[in-house]
Design a binder for this molecule. Structure first.
Ligand code: HEM
Length: 347
């Protein structure tokens, strides 16, 4: 069977595709930053708690429910933009994963309530139950992340979709050698940014031990991630790898820029400067999100090019979107201003 026959016809889009791609990359980078702070600080807190130091898990634990809510909110936006430009691939992979994919909602609910209970019932729960609840909620986050890695890689491989005709159950992208380093790369990134989040939290709370521990996690996991990044590159299909190694100049330059930003982050990290490191880390995540986008385009090149999408040039809904974005952003900025002012008054 020709897998191309399984790709649905692309729907027309109202405005130029580049708008959706830019919004997709920008909102995805924000999603990843929140997800990293959430998952990474939870791992670090639990690792230290299991060794008898409960300070970080208590401090980070207070931030997990809002971080999870923000991660989900900042995930909805890229999901919508992804479906606009790449829906004919992403809808298919979501359906093929079946129950695995649908279970994400139930697992997220469990993790959310788990972290909520951890924060608000901390004193009334026994330490064992508390740690069990925290650990299983964290496992839930790993499950969700792994499902996203499966979906985002399965959508790129229509040749793997034909398995649908051999099974009645949903399936994952196990046969893809790039899945494993990609997921590990994402999780180590979470460890690094999570460490940075712990360090910044420590700075605000005036806890030097949290700053030192957080920066330790940032630098060590980032160094390990350089090795996993090389594994990830090597696991990519040859055409994608050669494009990133000079075959496609803009893609290669994006990768070089991302690596330079990693260098800046490591330099500031080893000097023990959380704020400067945070600046470099945000730049790194954004540039790596661009590299990841190149990887998607290069994977899909034999099946689809974004330029082939029909455009209707109806800009009305876009102007409405921009209007709400600007007005909504201004209202949120005003609310934050009031919030911080009221906190200053209390201090
Ligand atoms: C809170 C738990 C979550 C975790 C740990 C998580 C983790 C991840 C990871 C690791 C990826 C990258 C996968 C890859 O490319 O290999 C990812 C991508 C993505 N996530 Fe999340 N995610 C979470 C929740 C959500 C939710 C609730 C949504 C949407 C409602 C969402 C939307 C997305 C989208 C759309 C992408 C891909 C964007 C793109 O391909 O450009 N995430 N997530």
């Amino acid at each position: 069977m020709n897998p191309a026959s399984l790709i649905p016809l692309a729907e027309p889009i109202p405005i130029h595709w580049a708008w959706f791609d830019i919004l997709l990359i920008a909102t995805f980078a924000a999603h990843v930053l929140f997800m990293n702070a959430l998952l990474g600080s939870a791992v670090i807190g639990l690792a230290h708690a299991l060794r008898g130091d409960g300070g970080i898990i208590r401090e980070a634990g207070k931030k997990l429910p809002p971080l999870l809510a923000l991660t989900i909110n900042m995930g909805v936006a890229p999901l919508l933009f992804l479906q606009v430009n790449y829906g004919n691939f992403d809808y298919v992979s979501s359906v093929l994963m079946g129950g695995w994919w649908l279970a994400v909602i139930a697992v997220l609910l469990y993790s959310y309530y788990g972290f909520y209970a951890y924060k608000f019932k901390y004193d009334t729960m026994g330490p064992r139950l508390r740690t069990l609840l925290f650990g299983t909620s964290l496992l839930g986050l790993f499950y969700v992340g792994f499902m996203f890695s499966n979906n985002m890689t399965l959508m790129l491989r229509p040749e793997a979709w034909t398995r649908y005709f051999e099974t009645t159950a949903g399936f994952l992208n196990w046969s893809d050698p790039a899945l494993y380093p990609r997921f590990l790369h994402m999780m180590l990134g979470a460890g690094a940014v999570g460490g940075l989040f712990v360090a910044l939290l420590g700075q605000v709370r005036g806890k030097d031990d949290m700053v030192t521990t957080g920066m330790w996690w940032f630098t060590r996991t980032t160094l390990a991630n350089l090795a996993v990044g090389v594994w990830f590159l090597m696991a990519l299909p040859n055409e994608v790898l050669t494009a990133l190694m000079g075959g496609n100049l803009p893609a290669t330059l994006t990768l070089v820029a991302a690596l330079l930003a990693v260098g800046g982050a490591l330099y500031a990290g080893f000097k023990g400067q959380p704020r400067q490191t945070a600046g470099w880390a945000v730049a790194t995540v954004f540039l790596m999100a661009c590299v990841r986008h190149w990887v998607r385009a290069l994977y899909l090149a034999p099946w689809f090019t974004i330029e082939s999408l029909p455009v209707t040039n109806r800009y009305g809904s876009f102007y409405l979107f921009v209007g709400f974005l600007v007005a909504g952003g201004a209202i949120i900025a005003y609310m934050l201003k009031l919030y911080f002012k009221s906190r200053q008054g209390r201090a």
